[in-house]
Design a protein around this ligand. Sequence first.
Ligand code: BDP
Length: 723
Amino acid sequence: MFDPYNNHTCRSIVTLVLAILFNSWSVQATDGHDLWLTQQSSTAINVVCQARISPTLAIAVKELTNGWQGPKGATMTLKISNDNSLKKDGFRLNPTEVHANTELGILYGVYELLRRQQTKQPVHDIVSNPSYMYRILNHWDNPDGTVERGYAGHSIFWKGKDHLEVTADDKRLWRDYARANASIGINGAVLNNVNASPDILSASMLNRAAAIAKELRPYGIQVYLSINFSSPVLLGHLSTSDPLDKNVMAWWDTKVREIYRLIPDFGGFLVKANSEGSPGPQDYGRTHADGANMLADILKPYGGLVMWRAFVYRANDNDRAKQAYTEFIPLDGQFHDNVIIQVKNGPIDFQPREPFSPLFGAMKRTPVMPELQITQEYLGQRHQLVFLAPLWKECLQSDTYQQGPGSTVARCTDGSLYRHRYSAIAGVANIGLDQNWCGNTFAQANWYAFGRLAWNDSLSSRQIADEWLRLTFRSATAGFSEEGWTKNFLSPVRHILLQSRESAVSYMMPLGLHHLFAGNHHYGPGPWYAPKGVRPDWTPPYYHQADSAGIGFDRSSKGSLAVAQYHEPLQSQFDNPDVCPETLLLWFHHLPWTYRMKNGQTLWDELCRLYDRGVKEIRDDQKSWDQVQSYIDAARFTEVKNELWRQEKDAQVWKDGCILYFQSFSRLSLPPDVEPPVYKLENLMKADMLQINNVLPFSAEETLRKDTNENAQTGVPINTYQK
Ligand code: BDP
């Protein structure tokens, strides 16, 4: 007789059906568009607003009314005050009152109050001031609607020159975007790519920028534009863009007037100049300071800023990591006071791990703003779960020693140590037209983390992860007990988040290795990648320097001398492999394969073990994720499950590609506890590393070869294999 409980397949089906039913009854599905703003409330509240209701205050009242989780029928007073313990956007909060010196301060206070209610944190006499005055997203969006290094669909702002009309849908989307930003304290958006098209300053594009600004304004988001330094030539048809030329200045003057007529609270310009082939003042024998100051002087009467990027490097220099410092330090003190120098967190380029840029703290007479990358260009893009708060915290907490111990990057840039007029921080956005904005559910956590850290750079990664997880997932599981949810969902998923960046470093570039990508897509591994004609500093061998003697870039006093750009005691520490942090060892040193690590292992064995550990950690994540199935809706569960499946495969390719390639130099065998590779180096080297999914492991290759032979007549192409 058929006995369902003795039949394995049947038992699985019964379990699956029960799981689906249980899941669909108890967990509400969502498409992720609401981000971390998922809570709705039906608890009544009276809001007393002691100020004239403006669009911003109307939003504050609406948010409070819709999201209130406190006692039923409570009264909350919103009040403009004159409190000198509060900075411009700061607020004071207690269970019955939010007060601030500005309307925006009140809005931020309301969002904080609701966040505290939803994340079960106490609300009593809280004073909160932002760490940075300007908390800005940089969108690398092009006027044609594409997004450079964007992995979440097309631009939310631009659709091409022939689609500049503003629709009701556009406006709704921009308001949703503004609301999400305001809820985490972001107050600025650069609307276009740093590789700026001159068209952005055309009258028709400016009109659209003005329409965007109009929707963002009530939420306190100022708009900025990236400009092309050659705009006077390219758009204005002048014969030069020399910043000291009178006609050029007059052109910019007229353009800036036009912008402020359309956008009275326009924030200013972001400029990438003389970097990666972009035009700049050096094309005319002028300095970065000449270029930045010319624009700054024109913007100054309107209160506008110039954010001038220090991401500069030339081909054929002996060490790309040194160049920004070399070019900018001599200019310290020459910039006018509405110029801020925007510096990427590391000296090279948003790698999984870099030391902090030596410009932080070293530029003392010019404000410097950190530029972080939210879009995961070098960290698995939309396909890998990597929570970036730990990476950013590592940079912000690094001690530069520039003003004695405790001179962290955060304190050198947020106004605590250097009293400049302005302080700012930027994050390269991961936002696009995808329904959930960011390409995958967990990428939203990085947008959230950037905003929270820009507001409070002393928050821990764990605090941010906890908040985000609660805000994003808890309301859909109202039927689950607090205890069960915390134990079975919050803690394991928090662990996945907090470990994810270190896992990515392990399976991609441990021990200070960097830029090992197989080409400009910056996705899969290619330590071997060095096609003829490509600039050396755009190829991995320039960075890893592997040879039969060892591996790593010698930036010590015997090498490129990059260590000299750091303040003591870091300079001596980085210079000596015995005391250099092992996480940065191969960033600063070229060491023998048999070099002894602190744990007694050889460098080679340690490298292999770290690659191996990275892969295993993703497998652990997969197991943990499977356990949380009943706490999340089926769509998001499956989405993350699939991505983790892919991430494990990617990690394996990274591990095998790097270990096998480096082994061709080390000639050493893998330690016995490291799992042997499943790919062949020759196949990895031939494969398209943007499509890691198409690379075949050994066993699949064998099967395929057999199949293809058998099906020789049908002509099945080799790449039709599907796992
Ligand atoms: C690199 C990106 C490139 C950007 C550049 C920049 O690959 O697309 O234009 O940074 O920040 O990491 O200017």
